[in-house]
Design a protein around this ligand. Structure first.
Ligand SMILES: [Zn+2]
Ligand SMILES: [Zn+2]
Length: 137
């Protein structure tokens, strides 16, 4: 089950909600939602997938070698047009945020950075369609 879900997430070009996963698995027979939730949680625990808080959706970890173990430091850039999700980890940002938290006497346990916007190819398309609108006779 876990492997099937991981394959699904990896093939998907955008974040999938638990419902999306359940629906996709249903094509192959009955699935119990609690089993899916458990498998998703396991993938997250193992660092093979991440949950996007702002979207309540899941993405496969694209980090090379999964050396991340970065439940603390995963950041995501989510394209609002095509849904493509890019992952980044940055020690500098992480320590900056931890320092900011520490200054307030706050013990940070988890930091989630989610940036919404347009990916490079969608931004390009956006720019070229804007050009087309401005052009003409
Ligand atoms: Zn990752
Ligand atoms: Zn895009």
């Amino acid at each position: 089950m876990q492997t099937r879900i991981r394959d699904l997430l990896e093939r998907a070009q955008k974040p999938l909600s638990a419902y999306d996963v359940i629906d996709a698995l249903r094509e192959h027979g009955r699935v119990a939602p609690p089993t899916v939730y458990r498998a998703l949680q396991k993938l997250i625990d193992e660092g093979l997938a991440h949950r996007l808080e702002t979207r309540n959706a899941y993405v496969a970890c694209r980090d090379e070698g999964h050396a991340c173990g970065h439940r603390h430091r995963a950041g995501f850039m989510i394209c609002r047009a095509c849904g493509r999700t890019l992952e980044f980890g940055d020690a500098e940002i992480e320590s900056l945020l931890s320092r900011a938290a520490a200054r307030s006497g706050f013990s940070a346990e988890r930091v989630a950075i989610e940036i919404q916007g347009l990916c490079a190819s969608c931004a390009e398309e956006d720019a070229s369609s804007a050009d087309a609108e401005q052009g003409g006779p």
